[in-house]
Design a protein around this ligand. Structure first.
Ligand code: GDP
Length: 463
């Protein structure tokens, strides 16, 4: 797919004008080429013997034509990002200068890098495994505190350590089972079945937990889904607007105007929440509205947290108590965090203290219209999300890992069935081999051009 003997170069900083731009070079010819185009300010420096992990100040020339004053950072194989000899030229950030330097490098026989090729080389040279390379992409894309933390953890190898450990345990068994097959006529058992069962049970538990964590990983990546529900006119759109601090949802006095779901992501102290305003749970004769109501149910399904809004100014105390009771029964068997919000406190003549007592349920009193107590909602959401505890867990972020672990889950099920049906060791051996293969695919011990092309093709050029 890629020719790894070539020396490659690329601009590593974003397109356009900046104060400084960085051009990266990696490969055997790096030093030889820099020797031809770079003139250090300090004339005593021997260009053929540049010391690694130092920065050199000088000028880039195209023949006798001065191009720019630059700094060059030097890295020598194998102690570099790619594991190869590499250089980083920091030049002035004009796109014109960047292009001139790049063209000069190409004219000296250095090839323009493909997307992700520096990180691909790092992987191929054993500087990192595949999950760590993937974490580099997540790190670059991270836009919230939680995503940043998860990507960093994965880049440090948290996830691959787990997978490698599981694979290693299974590997020993695989060879014992293979041995049994060699002696199949003598009917011996080298692999201790009790131990194998224990191992499989452990593997199954770990795999299930990781698969389960993917839902959370995804929520962290895209924002934790929060459904805002309540009767028509309770003030859902107004609340969403207060949360977003801008007018994105339709607010109107006709019941049921929020016919579709509207989503918006906001960052609350470093954690992204995705708010989904819905049509409410009322059944209606209006077909368009009913589509909205159907969506409400699917929104509730998908959400982690439900903000249930009650209009306390247009309902009697009995109605409010009845509604809260209903909410409790409706959501008690769902695994969701429900936060009850009593809205329109600005319309009350007296303080809602009495009502609060009657509710016997933690309730936040707000005025969505006047943006009062919105900060209490933020507090409640952050409390539910509890990321401090989560950061101790291993959370899977990557859809490729998810797909591969589903295959592992299937193979485990096959083995269990084979044992239950007293099938031959041969079949069990096949599935154990499959699991080893899949786990190896996650870390990149086993790989092919298609997998690599898919992963690194999505990187930016210069990374
Ligand atoms: P939805 O149907 O639940 O989305 O309700 P809307 O957000 O469209 O609000 C319905 C009506 O209630 C609108 O006239 C809002 O201005 C009003 N409303 C919403 N929140 C408050 C509030 O806190 N106080 C008062 N007085 N009116 C509110």
């Amino acid at each position: 797919m890629f020719n790894n003997n070539d020396t490659i170069c690329a601009i590593a900083t974003p397109q356009g004008t900046g104060a400084i731009a960085v051009i990266r070079i990696s490969g055997n010819k790096s030093f030889e080429v820099i020797h031809q185009i770079f003139k250090p300010k300090n004339e005593n420096i021997n260009l053929l013997d540049l010391e690694p992990y130092k920065v050199y100040y000088g000028e880039i020339y195209d023949k006798n034509q001065l191009i720019d004053d630059v700094l060059i950072s030097v890295f020598k194989a194998p102690h570099s990002y790619t594991g190869e000899h590499s250089l980083e030229i920091s030049c002035h950030g004009s796109p014109y200068i960047q292009r001139l330097i790049l063209e000069l490098l190409v004219s000296k026989g250095i090839r323009l890098a493909e997307a992700g090729e520096f990180t691909l080389r790092a992987f191929l040279n054993g500087k990192m495994d595949l999950t760590q390379a993937e974490a580099v992409a997540d790190l670059i894309a991270s836009q919230s505190k939680t995503m940043h933390e998860l990507a960093l953890k994965q880049m440090r190898g948290g996830f691959s350590n787990k997978i490698t450990e599981l694979r290693k345990q299974l590997l020993d068994f695989a060879s014992l089972i293979e041995l049994e097959l060699d002696f199949s006529e003598e009917d011996v058992e080298f692999a201790d079945r009790t131990q194998l069962f224990a191992l499989l049970a452990n593997l199954k538990e770990e795999v299930n937990r990781l698969l389960e964590s993917f839902k959370l990983g995804n929520a962290i990546k895209n924002g934790i889904p929060v459904a805002i529900i309540g009767k028509p006119n309770a003030g859902k759109s107004t609340l969403l607007n207060a949360l977003l601090n801008e007018e994105k949802a339709i607010v109107s006095e006709i019941p049921g105007t929020t016919r579709d779901t509207i989503e918006d992501t906001i960052m609350l102290r470093g954690t992204a929440f995705r708010f989904i305003d819905t049509a409410g749970l009322r059944t209606s004769d209006n077909p368009i509205e009913n589509i909205g109501i159907e969506r409400t149910h699917s929104t509730i399904e998908k959400s982690f947290i439900i903000l249930y809004l009650i209009d306390i100014c247009n309902s009697s105390v009995e109605e409010i108590l009845e509604e809260v009771k209903l909410i409790k029964t409706q959501f008690s068997n769902l695994d969701k965090h429900v936060v009850i919000l009593a809205n329109k406190t600005d319309m009350l003549e007296e303080s809602p203290k009495e009502l609060a007592k009657l509710l016997e349920q933690e309730t936040i009193f707000i005025s969505a219209k006047r943006k009062e107590n919105i900060n209490l909602i933020t507090e409640a959401l952050l409390k539910v999300a509890k990321w401090d505890e989560l950061s101790e867990q291993l959370i899977m972020l990557n859809v490729r890992h998810y797909a591969v672990l589903l295959e592992v889950q299937q193979s485990i099920a096959n083995i269990e069935k084979a044992f239950a049906d007293k099938l031959s060791s041969e079949l069990i051996a096949i599935d154990i081999k499959n699991i080893l293969h899949y786990l190896g695919e996650i870390t990149g011990e086993i790989t092919n051009d298609e997998i690599l092309g898919n992963i690194f093709g999505h990187f930016c050029i210069g990374k």
